[in-house]
Design a protein around this ligand. Sequence first.
Ligand SMILES: [Zn+2]
Length: 310
Amino acid sequence: MATLLYTHPVCLEHDTGDYHPECADRLKAILAALEGEEFGALLREEAPQAKREHLLRAHVEHHVDHVFAVVPPAGEHYHIDPDTLLSAQSGDAALRAAGAVVAAVDAVAAKQARNAFCAVRPPGHHAERDAAMGFCLFNNAAIGALHARDAHGYKRVAVIDFDVHHGNGTQHILWDEPGTFYASTHQEHAYPNTGLAAETGGQGRMVNVPLPAGSGSDQFRQVWDDIIIHALRQFQPDFVFISAGFDAHAQDPLAHLRLKVSDFKWATERLLDVAREFADNRVVSVLEGGYDLPALAASTREHVRALMEY
Ligand SMILES: [Zn+2]
């Protein structure tokens, strides 16, 4: 079975202005990197719009309404939070980003594909149940995880997040959701200053592993083997989601971990191991951060290569 690639042209029209790190060029670089012959076997699909009911599994009504209410006219921007801008197409782009993950869950559950990568923006993992934050409007990964649980009946859905920033939003949304698991490695004392090891969740299980600035491949792989993968195996997930941010790469301008391209392939393969053992290979990955364009493109290429080859 093949790997699905979901994206949508409107994700390139979510315009964050001239100097914003979370820019359309990120997605252009990724899509260009996935054009070569070796990616010819990808099943390429246009992301549908998420429905309101999908968003409301993860967000309160007033947040969903607020996002669409502040979409500005063409040519203007609206700051929904100090870091997070909307332009005229942002509402549609946010619906496509969440809709990609929902559609990917449906396709993987139906065995139309083995796994899927959602090359979408805006990203999602900082968006909390009731707030946009940190470049994120809706929490794509949490929406997908709750869709897998509530629409398909999966009992143990796991979201693993290797973005260099803690996914405070995913943790906030899943904290008290039974049958969910969230694990994150991230740079300690970095934005958004959540994700302490002591944050272990309520009915949802949270595993947080902050890494000191300057940590590289060795430290990363050790905590993944000893803590992240160990805890995930104990959870025995029946559906695995990846919040795939590539800003822990050494070249990234927004943070100070020192991962290499090969670490992202390694981490992806470790998650695929667990998915093979417990989840009949079901994996849906969604793009989060990554702001050095060459590193982002090369890291995403290795990530997708792992999804396809495994
Ligand atoms: Zn990030």
